[in-house]
Design a protein around this ligand. Structure first.
Ligand code: SAH
Length: 246
C-alpha cells in the first residue's frame, strides 16, 4: 500500500471523523502541535480514530490551549482491527513500555498482560499501557489502536480461552527446530501468542500450557532470548509467515 502524507504528524482522536467536521483538540495534543511541532494555521495533520480511516486535516486555530482542525479529505479507508492476540508476562516499567510499543508496531490487535508464577510485577498502570499503544499506533501508521486488556492470571486466561483460537507458545524448552512449517499450518486460523516472564514459565505452568489441545509450542532458536526480544522475534516470525499482508 503506497504511503501518503508520511511527513505529516498523525494523532489518534476519539470523536467521529467525517467530511466537513471541525475538531477541537485537548490541551495535551494542542500543546504538542502548536508548541512542540510549532504548527500554525494552514498546516496539515493526519487524524485517525480506529473507526473512520485516516483523515487529512488543516489547522484553523493554533492556540496552544485548543488547536482546531478542519477535516479536508479521507486519505485511507478504515481497515479491520488486527485479530492477532498477544499475551505476555509483564516486565519492569521501561521494558514494559517497550513491549507494548513493539507489540503494537508488530500488528497485535489485543494485548493481554498475564501474571504467572515468576512474573516480576503485579500492579500495572493500565492507562500508561494504553498511552504506549496509542503513541506506537500513531507512529507506525496503523488505523486501529490495539485493545490493551487489564491483567489476568494464567488460570483465568486458560479457563476463559476461546478454544477455536490456537495459542502459539514461545517455549525455550521446545526442540530447537524452525517454526516455519508449524506456523504455516496455522494460516487462516485465529491465533494468539504467549511469551513467558524473564524467569520463564514454572515447570507446572509449562506442562499445563503444552498439554492444552489448542497450544502450538514453537522454538525461536537455540539461544535463550530475553522476554522482550522473544516478543519481537516471535511476532516478526508469525507476521512474516502468516501475517497481515495486504
Ligand atoms: N527460562 C529461561 C528464561 C525465560 S526467557 C531461562 O532459562 O533463563 C523469557 C521468555 O521468552 C520465555 O518464557 C519464552 O516465552 C521466550 N523465549 C526465550 N527464548 C526462547 C526460545 N529460544 N524459543 C522460544 N521461546 C523463547
Amino acid at each position: 500500500m503506497p504511503r501518503t502524507h508520511a511527513t505529516l504528524p498523525r494523532l489518534h482522536v476519539e470523536p467521529d471523523l467525517a467530511e466537513g467536521a471541525e475538531l477541537t483538540l485537548g490541551k495535551e495534543q494542542s500543546l504538542y502541535l502548536a508548541a512542540v511541532l510549532r504548527k500554525v494555521v494552514g498546516d496539515e495533520v493526519v487524524l485517525f480514530n480506529g473507526r473512520d480511516g485516516a483523515w487529512l486535516t488543516r489547522l484553523t486555530s493554533d492556540s496552544k490551549k485548543s488547536v482546531t482542525l478542519q477535516l479536508v479529505e479521507r486519505i485511507a479507508a478504515q481497515t479491520p482491527p488486527s485479530d492477532l492476540w498477544y499475551g505476555f508476562a509483564p516486565l519492569k516499567t521501561e521494558r514494559l513500555d517497550y513491549v507494548i510499543q513493539k507489540a503494537t508496531e508488530m500488528g497485535a490487535g489485543t494485548i493481554q498482560p498475564v501474571i504467572t508464577k515468576f512474573t516480576q510485577v503485579n500492579r500495572l498502570k493500565h492507562e500508561r499501557l494504553v498511552a504506549n499503544a496509542i503513541e506506537a499506533a500513531e507512529q507506525c501508521e496503523v488505523l486501529s489502536v490495539p485493545e490493551v486488556l487489564p491483567e489476568t492470571t494464567l488460570d483465568r486466561l486458560i479457563d476463559g480461552w476461546d478454544t477455536e483460537r490456537r495459542l502459539i507458545l514461545a517455549d525455550e524448552g521446545e526442540a530447537s527446530s524452525s517454526p516455519v512449517e508449524i506456523l504455516s499450518a496455522l494460516k487462516g486460523q485465529k491465533i494468539g501468542l504467549l511469551i513467558g516472564p524473564e524467569g520463564g514459565f514454572s515447570p507446572e505452568e509449562r506442562e499445563r500450557l503444552r498439554a492444552l489441545p489448542y497450544a502450538v509450542p514453537i522454538s525461536l532458536g537455540p539461544r535463550i532470548l530475553r522476554a522482550d526480544t522473544a516478543a519481537v522475534a516471535a511476532l516478526a516470525v508469525i507476521q512474516a509467515i502468516i501475517g497481515d499482508w495486504r
